[in-house]
Design a protein around this ligand. Structure first.
Ligand code: ARG
Length: 463
């Protein structure tokens, strides 16, 4: 009972089962570095407004440093009776410093303390994740750069659509990740406001200086309403949503490359180091890393759902439900950040199988749209051109295998559908390579567009 920092009004200790049920130290120990940082800043502020002496402040800083070391080298004592990391650190201070330790909680509550520690944790991990996303983007831009010579099909509905320079595929993923980084930046701006000084719910009668603490902890400002500051977890949900969106983007990459690595596609040879074998089929090389990146999306989606459900219907002011905010976010962050790092390493080694891609690039009438646009350029109305090329495709398909591509069609067939199709200029619109070369939209999958995009990204990511 003596150790319970809230023990004064209690006659009985909680049962072991209650203690175990309410304790969060098993996971909120991850907030320790943030909690130590904020306690140091809080002590400095208490000193500046005359609530701690200079000596007491030095002692508190010193022992908080010792706690940090002890946590690092694994000698920090964990006791579930002390509930959470905040109580553990306060008791650590009190055991070593007596009454000085008993002053650290002046003008603060665990309600504003945990909100602050969690915001610091989110901010710092947003920063790490942003850097890792940039590394993945750089890897994708390099990959786009080394595949500027390759033409691959673009798919819609998983059906062959039009040819494109392979770089376009990798650059599309760079765009998605860039929006993820923007979302993180936006989330960070709302995360990085200081709850501390809100105390339990309505602030304190002590002359606290919140601006000073904000400055010491690199916050952009202070939360403006104490009741909101101690109960708001929007920031955690924002971060969870950002993580979920990243997970979706990684899963989409993974899905495509899994398909590309099949015998049916044979577009890519995944590095052995990112694959595993089968316990029974000797020939198997399975893309497990990519499959797990795809599968782990479940953790990120689940975490977001968990958080949404936890905060649903909570009134203003701190509620113990909020203790449930950490596990899902930690789980999602760990999973997503691991995936980002692994994927960057995989992309570094990604090589497309040019010869194999070339073997099948003439299939699927990838040039049909190109031929249609050739007719449009010659003055044919779009719908008429569409109809004519549709007939070409039908003629090619009806030839039953002897004619695979549009330029394999006999001149007589081309001429019957439209004499323009039998001209040498028309043949320059036929075939995947020609069709890709004719693409000239800004942002499209043509050579000039991907070269421009690569240049822009190289500048922006300063490779
Ligand atoms: N461990 C709690 C959490 O993670 C902080 C303490 C909340 N305050 C309280 N009076 N029980 O949210």
């Amino acid at each position: 009972m003596a150790e319970k920092i809230w023990g004064g009004r209690f006659q009985e200790s909680p049962t072991a089962a209650v203690e175990a049920f309410t304790a969060s130290i098993g996971y909120d120990i991850r907030l320790a570095p943030a909690d130590i940082k904020l306690s140091k800043a809080h002590a400095t502020m208490l000193c500046s407004c005359g609530l701690l002496s200079a000596d007491e402040t030095v002692d508190l800083h010193q022992v908080l440093g010792e706690a940090e070391t002890s946590l690092k080298n694994g000698t920090f004592l964990i006791d579930p009776a002390l509930e959470d990391i905040h109580m553990h650190l306060e008791v650590f201070l009190t055991r070593r410093l007596g009454d000085t330790g008993r002053k650290i909680h002046t003008g603060r509550s665990r309600n504003d303390q945990v909100a602050t520690a969690f915001r610091i944790w989110c901010r710092d991990h947003i920063d790490v994740l942003t850097l890792n996303l940039t590394t993945l983007q750089k890897a994708l831009v390099c990959c786009a750069e080394r595949h500027q010579g390759a033409i691959i099909p673009a798919y819609t509905h998983w059906q062959r659509a039009q040819p494109m320079v392979a770089s376009q595929h990798f650059l599309a993923h760079v765009e998605r990740l860039d929006r993820d980084r923007q979302r993180l930046r936006d989330t960070r701006s709302r995360v990085n406001l200081l709850p501390l000084g809100s105390a339990a719910a309505v602030g304190s009668s002590l002359p606290l200086n919140r601006e000073l603490v904000a400055e010491l902890l690199d916050f952009d400002g202070v939360c403006t309403n104490s009741l909101d500051a101690t109960s708001d977890r929007d920031f955690a949900l924002d971060f969870a949503y950002n993580l979920m969106m990243i997970a979706q983007h990684l899963a989409s990459m993974a899905e495509e490359w899994i398909m590309w690595s099949t015998t049916e596609f044979d577009f890519v040879q995944l590095p052995d180091r990112f694959c595993t074998g089968s316990s029974i089929m000797p020939q198997k090389k399975n893309p497990d890393v990519l499959e797990l990146i795809r599968g782990r999306t479940g953790r990120a989606v689940g975490a977001l759902m968990q958080l949404i459900t936890t905060v649903k219907g909570l009134p203003l002011g701190y509620q113990r439900d909020l203790q449930e905010d950490k596990i899902p976010l930690f789980t999602s962050y760990d999973s997503v950040s691991e995936s980002v790092t692994l994927l960057a390493a995989l992309v570094d080694e990604m090589e497309l199988k040019d010869a194999s891609i070339q073997k099948s690039i003439h299939r699927g009438y990838l040039d049909a749209t190109s031929v249609m646009e050739f007719l449009i350029e010659q003055g044919t109305p779009m719908r008429v051109a569409h109809e004519k090329v549709g007939k070409l495709v039908h003629a090619a398909e009806s030839a039953g295998g002897s004619v695979v591509t549009l330029n394999d069609l006999p001149l007589s067939v081309l001429e019957t559908i439209d004499p323009l199709l039998a001209t040498p200029q028309a043949s320059l619109a036929m075939g995947a390579d020609h069709a890709a070369r004719r693409l000239r939209s800004q942002g499209g999958g043509g050579h000039q567009s991907v070269a421009n995009q690569i240049k822009v990204w190289n500048d922006r990511l300063s490779l």
